[in-house]
Design a protein around this ligand. Structure first.
Ligand SMILES: CCC(=O)SCCNC(=O)CCNC(=O)[C@H](O)C(C)(C)COP(=O)(O)OP(=O)(O)OC[C@H]1O[C@@H](n2cnc3c(N)ncnc32)[C@H](O)[C@@H]1OP(=O)(O)O
Length: 632
């Protein structure tokens, strides 16, 4: 099969194409309607189909005779634990937890937040919710109680499933106290908090709403998977938006199952029974799609890894896991490769392991610089494939579809459009631009199955944020260009979103927190280049003139404020005090100029600037504080 023919088929005849793909999964009721419109006049897939994700990920494989195959391998260098979990064992854990949730009153259509570290119980919790048709919302453990509270208030969960603690290298992260604090702050209190005690000697503060996870599972019956409509939301996953509040991306069930089954085979090139590893976190979309649902749907063994690319215990960890667990294809973010490269530039640690099992290395989550890609290629000597997608899409939009046939790799490009995604580069007026001309990356509607179906509780924001700017297209928020061979190059966000170590964060949200410090008159927060994390946030503050300050103390307080409100994941460590900020004559802060000066990029000073002398002022502040690529 040729990529181009396959792709063209998906674009020219999407209904037939996706009907064929939908036939690859086991439906309780096969869909007769393939593509239709919902009440908001937006496309939906397989409207009248019925199925269950938990059934497809577990029961189906047991029924097919694969109950003793490993479904999950939990590998935790931070606790020195390795555990193999078969599909039979997964069934036991998930169906009894689902029974427990049911006993607590959770039913189809309710919501449940999952705030867990990278332990198998996080996957059990997701699958138990899916078994009942309960809509889960996993919140990344690096987010602070304030962020958790925002999500609680938005999705109003009936229960929260959490653990006593996480382990960050050698540091204990107190998950349960964070949940208690978030509930204190939120207006919509959940009825139950189900707590998995990891028995690591961490004290668990007790509350009336607490339910012990293990007792709940022990005392509850196994329950069967319920049938849900294809368009039933399987989950809500929050992602940063350009305004302060995060957006709850809604994912359907039938379209998602179809797209994930398709992805495992055609994008990642793994067959049933093989091992796949996405070294990410269940709190991100990668974790949903390619640690839990995708591999399990495809009867792959999936690795739940609780560790880091370095320091747990060293830069050889990834290679040990690949070799020990016979991983065929692996997914990680470029930032992880950069961290390994820094510790092991010549690949000496890598060569201690037999990596002959590894056939493909996939990279995504942030833009991949050429030197990271070529370093990985040189060390691994296999195709290293950058690809691009978003929380919104749920699965890859650009890739090198190795399951169809490996195409030449062009370093710097995230590859070719994946089947179903009619990707266009548009100018300000919504017109398609010529090859190699940079513009806005948009996808012609309808989007393929498995992509976002709306925003939780906010259909207006969905339309305005994604569909309004270029009618007839989904607007990705990224800029880029397509070359003469059809390869797409993503150049970065065109809004206030930054990507720090593969974590998508809103600078507007950080700016709100910085601005609320009592000593700050005005401020700007923006992303600057970071050698390891790709980008990191930098804050510039102008202090109020009617006060006396200890500058260092104000800076520490501001950094602490952002960490307390958003969480450690923000990596907000740099705040500089300046006399003034560059502005246009109409008073708009020139954040892009501030970023370009820091990144020492070629830039034009906007003609609307109110005082050009500020450019030198800012440069000298950056120099004094060692900000800038060449100062490192
Ligand atoms: C394609 C669609 C998508 O884009 S989905 C998103 C894809 N992104 C990813 O998969 C993320 C990739 N990045 C990573 O996995 C990590 O950044 C890696 C590379 C492993 C490095 O981790 P780390 O050294 O912790 O750095 P970091 O910048 O992630 O962390 C910053 C601070 O946050 C903390 N943190 C991190 N995770 C948690 C957690 N689960 N629970 C609690 N805290 C967490 C870290 O400890 C770190 O804290 P500190 O600032 O050092 O005190």
């Amino acid at each position: 099969m040729k990529y181009q023919n396959f792709y063209n088929e998906s674009i020219n005849n999407p209904e037939q194409f996706w009907k064929n793909q939908a036939n690859e999964i086991d439906w309780f009721t096969s869909p007769q309607t393939i593509l239709s419109k919902d009440e908001y006049d937006y496309n939906q897939w397989f409207e009248d189909g019925e199925l269950n994700l938990s059934y497809l990920c577990i029961d189906k494989h047991i029924n097919d005779g694969f109950g003793e195959q490993n479904a999950l391998i939990y590998d935790s260098p931070v606790t020195n634990t390795k555990q193999h979990i078969t599909f039979n064992q997964l069934h036991h854990e998930v169906s009894k937890l689902a029974g427990g949730l049911q006993n607590l009153g959770l039913k189809k259509g309710d919501t449940c937040i999952i705030y867990m570290p990278m332990i198998p119980q996080a996957a059990y919790a997701m699958l138990a919710c899916a078994r009942l048709g309960v809509i889960h919302s996993v919140v990344f453990g690096g987010f602070a109680p304030h962020e958790l509270a925002i999500r609680i208030d938005d999705c109003k969960p009936k229960a929260i499933i959490t653990a006593s603690n996480g382990v960050e290298i050698k540091r204990i992260i107190p998950y349960k106290p964070f949940v208690d604090e978030a509930i204190d702050k939120s207006k919509n209190k959940p009825e139950h908090v189900i707590v998995f005690d990891r028995q690591l000697g961490v004290e668990i503060p007790k509350k009336a709403y607490d339910v012990d996870y293990k007792t709940l599972v022990e005392d509850s019956p196994s329950v069967e998977a319920v049938s849900v409509a294809s368009i039933h939301p399987s989950y809500v996953l929050y992602t940063s938006g350009t305004t302060g509040t995060p957006k709850g991306i809604i994912r359907d069930t039938g379209g998602y199952a179809t797209a994930l089954k398709f992805s495992m085979k055609y994008i990642y090139g793994v067959d049933e029974g093989e091992t796949f590893w996405a070294a990410s976190d269940v709190g991100w979309v990668v974790g949903h799609s390619f640690i839990v649902y995708g591999p399990l749907l495809n009867r792959n063994t999936s690795i739940v890894f609780e560790g880091k690319p370095i320091k747990t215990p060293d830069a050889s960890t990834f290679w040990r896991v690949i070799s020990e667990h016979n991983v065929k294809a692996m997914f990680t973010a470029p930032t992880a490769i950069r961290a390994i490269k820094k510790e092991d530039p010549e690949g000496d640690m890598l060569r201690q392991y037999d990596l002959s099992c590894l056939k493909y290395q996939f990279l995504a989550g942030e833009r991949c610089d050429v030197s990271t890609l070529t370093w990985a290629e040189k060390q691994l000597n296999i195709p290293v494939i950058d690809h691009w997608w978003q929380t919104e899409s749920g699965w890859p939009m650009l890739a090198n579809m190795v399951g169809v046939g490996l195409q030449p790799i062009k370093p710097g490009s995230a590859g070719l459009p994946v089947c179903g995604y009619d990707i266009k580069i548009l100018n300000e007026d919504g017109e398609e631009v010529e090859p190699t001309v940079e513009g806005y990356v948009a996808v012609k509607l309808p989007l393929p199955p498995g992509t976002l179906s709306n925003l939780w509780g906010n259909p207006e924001r969905f339309k305005f944020g994604y569909l309004h700017r270029f009618p007839g297209y989904y607007f990705s928020g990224d800029g880029g260009y397509i070359d003469e061979d059809g390869y797409v190059f993503i150049t970065g966000r065109v809004d206030d979103i930054i990507n720090v170590a593969g974590h998508r964060l809103s600078t507007a949200e950080m700016e709100e927190i910085v601005a609320s410090h009592q000593s700050v008159a005005e401020c700007a927060v923006f992303g600057v280049h970071c050698e390891i994390k790709g980008q990191k946030p930098l804050g510039l503050v102008v202090l109020k003139s009617d006060k006396t300050y200890v500058e260092d103390l104000v800076q520490k307080e501001i950094i602490q404020d952002v960490r307390r409100e958003i969480g450690a994941v923000a990596s907000f460590r740099d705040v500089l005090v300046v006399e003034r900020l560059p502005k246009t004559r109409s008073g708009k802060t020139l954040r892009k100029l501030l970023r370009n000066i820091a990144d020492e990029q070629q830039f034009n000073i906007p003609s609307t600037i109110d005082d050009v002398a500020i450019v030198e002022e800012i440069k000298s502040v950056y120099q004094k504080h060692n900000i800038g690529i060449h100062n490192k």
